[in-house]
Design a binder for this molecule. Structure first.
Ligand code: GDP
Ligand code: MN
Length: 390
């Protein structure tokens, strides 16, 4: 789960990392009231879960009330890379001498944490990473050792931070490490981490991505959930316990097993289509799971056809077929289904489905044939698509 900047900063603050005072605002009036309390000059900052807000016009300094009104008015409703700004963070502005970068993530291949620090932080860090990767110091941290202040200090020195920033930055790195590990994050980043003219080191931005698998031991994370930018389909799928990821194509996909689901996406792509989702119903392909899956896919306005690709191993295809029929009694589908059922009891499954066969339920013997047929139906070429969404 990704946090908004203002939530990430509050997370940082719990671990002692210095941030600027600020307030959330959702209207221009609230922004002005917040600025009055926070104290001028302020920064008006778009709260969206995507980087590059500054370059997109989503971060503006305001010296007085009129400028807050102007910028808040412009930024609210702004579309930043497909994310519409609904919330602002009004923060007391900081004087900046230098902009650095600091972050932690997991290096899965090395099975170690990775500290990343650069003296060249700010809005162009992606460009620095590409053109001059040596400007970002990367150091593995063994979770069994943790990160001592002396090592943090050697990392910021190696990164070439200014002398007056070294002590402060080393301490921030130690605090950020604790935030990352004890806070159960997958990724924490401060960009920019700034040095102020009076020698303080301070977090001006926050990127925090929490590890969803640790949610059970963080009841306090609930407060983040209501505000998150979760895809409506994904919200519904999660409620129904499905392993679903929304995509933007027109072929809804249901498969059993993550591997088969991914192959199905590939084959749909290969024959010229595009998937509307990834959905692995796992081993529990019973009527209930099938109905839930169809229900979620049915809410997606882009879907023109549903491709069900089941390989019966432990799951028996006749169970799946009964599940589909039961699901059809529960859900009124707006798209036809193309089915590929293979493996245990596939023949029996086809017999069961034959009773209800129509242009709404199309059987194909192989994954490739089913994908082709689905893509035809999605593009409106198939003769049997008359019953589909008009
Ligand atoms: P991002 O573009 O989404 O990464 O948004 P940031 O929060 O990192 O802000 C972008 C840039 O705005 C920063 O790199 C700073 O240069 C500038 N900025 C942000 N906050 C302040 C501030 O308090 N004072 C000043 N002078 N500049 C700021
Ligand atoms: Mn930033």
């Amino acid at each position: 789960m990704d946090l908004f900047e203002y939530q990430g900063k509050q997370y940082f603050a719990r671990y002692g990392i210095a941030i600027s005072p600020g307030e959330v605002a959702v209207t221009v009036d609230e922004a002005v009231a917040a600025a009055n309390r926070v104290g001028y000059p302020v920064v008006v900052k778009a709260q969206v879960q995507v980087g590059g807000r500054g370059k997109a016009g989503g971060v503006k300094l305001a010296a007085d009330r009129a400028e807050v009104e102007l910028h808040a008015g412009n930024i609210l409703g702004l579309d930043i890379k497909g994310h519409v700004v609904k919330r602002l963070w009004i923060e007391h502005a900081t004087d900046i001498s230098k902009e650095y970068y600091a972050g932690f993530t997991l290096d899965r291949a090395a099975r170690l944490y990775l500290a990343m620090v650069s003296a060249r932080g700010g809005v162009d860090i992606e460009q620095v990473a590409e053109e001059d990767p040596g400007a970002i110091v990367r150091r593995h941290i063994n979770p069994l050792d943790g990160l001592a202040l002396a090592e943090a200090r050697s990392i910021v020195e190696e990164a070439g931070l200014d002398a007056e920033a070294l002590d402060g930055a080393a301490q921030v790195l130690v605090d950020l490490y604790r935030c990352y590990v004890e806070g159960d994050a997958d990724l924490v980043e401060i960009n920019p981490l700034v040095l102020t003219p009076d020698g303080r080191v301070h977090a001006l931005d926050a990127k925090v991505s929490l590890d969803d698998d640790a949610a059970y031991r963080h009841p306090e994370w609930e407060e983040f959930e209501g505000t998150g930018e979760i895809d409506e389909r994904e919200r519904l799928a999660k409620k129904k316990g499905l392993n679903y990821i929304g995509l933007d194509g027109s072929v809804g996909i249901i498969a059993n097993g993550a591997g088969l689901a991914m192959s199905t996406l590939d084959v749909v792509n290969q024959v010229g289509g595009s998937a509307a989702n990834f959905l692995d119903i796992g081993g529990g392909a019973n009527a209930d799971v099938m109905a839930n899956a169809l229900e979620v896919i049915n809410t997606d306005q882009n879907v023109r056809v549903i491709l069900v690709n089941i390989f019966g191993g432990i799951v028996r295809c006749d169970e799946v077929a009964r599940g589909i029929l039961a699901a059809l009694d529960r859900v009124s589908l707006s798209s036809p289904i193309v089915l590929r059922l293979d493996g245990t009891n596939a023949v029996l499954a086809r017999e069961i489905l034959a009773e209800r066969a129509s242009d709404q339920i199309i059987n194909e013997p192989t994954m490739l044939a089913a994908a082709r047929r689905a893509v035809e139906v999605a593009s409106g070429e198939a003769a049997g698509s008359a019953g589909g969404r008009s």
